[in-house]
Design a protein. Structure first.
Length: 458
């Protein structure tokens, strides 16, 4: 019990160490940001790249970068967009941050502004596109890439796109046609009609002709010349933000959950290795680290997780009729799920990880069952006489000795061998008290005697 508690304390200390690294990473990121801001105060254009999958990590970076651009004295923010889209919820928050910025915002579509990327671009004050770039195709899809046909979800996203288009006088029907392929949209400016079954995706020239872009440029430098930029600063993600983006990705989260759950369970059920426990602690530490830096998790979530692990450990040794185990599982799940940006995704990842981890633990326990904690409660050793284990002393030394019946033997009784009284039994005959007897067989505690007179007569 003490050893297990020490292991749990080690896990808690490991997670607390992860919190310390969280604070260090956050401090280091802030210091780097301040240095960068001080070095680029003279710039009148702040450049922020949106060239990866849109998710919560990117959202946190863009919100921080927009605030930094304003604080640095920049007058214009250029969002360099080249993305195939991503999470609708993250794009919605990014769009809110872009349109709420007091600075002049320009979206420069460098390659593709697809799906959620088109929504971010529409929230900017102006849109410029590189030759060959495209914008549109903003249908809602699930994690596997399958189109979502739920009317409420589609209606919500259509409303978001339409309102973003209206911000700067762009045709809202085209924005609707980018999301919903059941509508018919006429675009007389370019002589095209988007029929039902098609999603609108505009090339650079077409986007300018229908009023969805202010112009087409050859390159980023050409854009800077066109808008009259005297100087510029590029705001890059800090190391902590890059790490947070990777660690909060749903696929990474699921892997961390698998390693964390499997590692801790193996260490609790098959103690003595140490490595699985360390892997489990590090995995959950990285999970909380990523979500803390991203701004989703707090120390209280980490504390709930640690309490959950301790309660599960106590359940193995303290009979509580499952109460401690139930509370431990509830605290553990609450700490993990509440630390995530999207509790639904966290539940899904945790469920998948639990199933995978159960298989891993079962395989591991099968190969190392001789070291399992269940061996503390089950006696598996056989105590054999051949190996020297006996439940009582044998009296082989009496075999062949002669004594005297101390009591009548009918057929059992007591005989004297020297000064020692021994319980004996005959093979069925009656022997009177005082008669001479000899030991003819010793079988465990059963000592068989016969009358010597009978033996003499034979």
């Amino acid at each position: 019990m003490i050893r297990l508690i020490q292991r749990c304390r080690f896990g808690a200390l490991g997670l607390l160490a992860a919190v310390a690294s969280i604070a260090f990473a956050s401090f280091g990121g802030s210091a780097a940001e301040s240095t960068q801001t001080a070095a680029s105060n003279a710039g009148d254009v702040a450049v922020i790249r949106v060239d990866r999958t849109i998710e919560t990590g990117l959202q946190q970076f863009l919100e921080r970068a927009l605030g930094e651009a304003e604080a640095s004295g920049a007058e214009t923010v250029v969002l360099v967009i080249d993305t195939l889209g991503g999470r609708v919820d993250a794009a919605s928050e990014i769009g809110e941050a872009v349109r709420s910025s007091p600075l002049r915002t320009i979206a420069y579509v460098e390659g593709k502004a697809i799906s959620a990327g088109s929504y971010i671009a529409l929230n900017a004050d102006e849109i410029y596109m590189q030759e060959g770039a495209t914008i549109g195709s903003a249908a809602v899809v699930d994690g596997s890439g399958t189109r979502v046909r739920d009317s409420k979800t589609v209606s919500f996203w259509v409303g978001q796109m339409v309102e973003a288009a209206k911000l700067n006088g762009r045709n809202p029907a085209i924005a609707e046609g980018m999301v919903d392929d059941t509508v018919r949209v006429e675009m007389p400016e370019i002589g095209k009609v988007s029929e039902p079954g098609e999603l609108i995706n505009l090339g650079a020239e077409d986007a300018v002709d229908v009023g969805y872009a202010e112009g087409v440029v050859e390159s980023f430098d050409a854009l800077m010349t066109k808008i009259g930029s005297a100087s510029q600063q590029t705001i890059e993600p800090t190391l902590a933000e890059q790490a947070a983006r990777f660690l909060t990705h749903p696929a990474t989260t699921t892997v961390l959950f698998v390693l964390g759950i499997a590692g801790l369970l193996i260490e609790l059920l098959v103690p003595g290795f140490g490595i699985p426990g360390i892997v489990g602690v590090v995995a959950f530490g990285l999970y909380f680290l990523g979500n803390y830096v991203a701004g989703f998790a707090g120390v209280e979530h980490l504390a709930m997780f640690v309490v959950g692990v301790l309660l599960l450990a106590l359940e193995l040794f303290i009979p509580s009729f499952g109460i401690l185990g139930f509370l431990g599982i509830a605290a553990l799940i609450a700490g993990v799920v509440l630390a995530a940006y999207d509790t639904g995704d966290a539940f899904a990842s945790l469920g998948i990880a639990t199933l995978v981890a159960a298989v891993i633990v079962a395989i591991f326990a099968r190969y190392f069952k001789h070291r399992g904690i269940w061996n503390k409660f089950i006696l598996r050793d056989a105590l054999k006489t051949e190996e020297g284990y006996v439940s009582h002393a044998t009296r082989k030394d009496l075999l062949g000795q002669t004594g005297k019946a101390a009591t009548p033997l009918r057929p059992s009784g007591t005989a004297l061998f020297g000064d020692e009284r021994v319980d004996v039994v005959t093979d069925g005959e009656f022997v009177a008290a005082g008669a001479s007897v000899v030991v003819v067989q010793v079988d465990g505690v059963r000592i068989v005697v016969r009358a010597t007179e009978r033996l003499h007569l034979k």
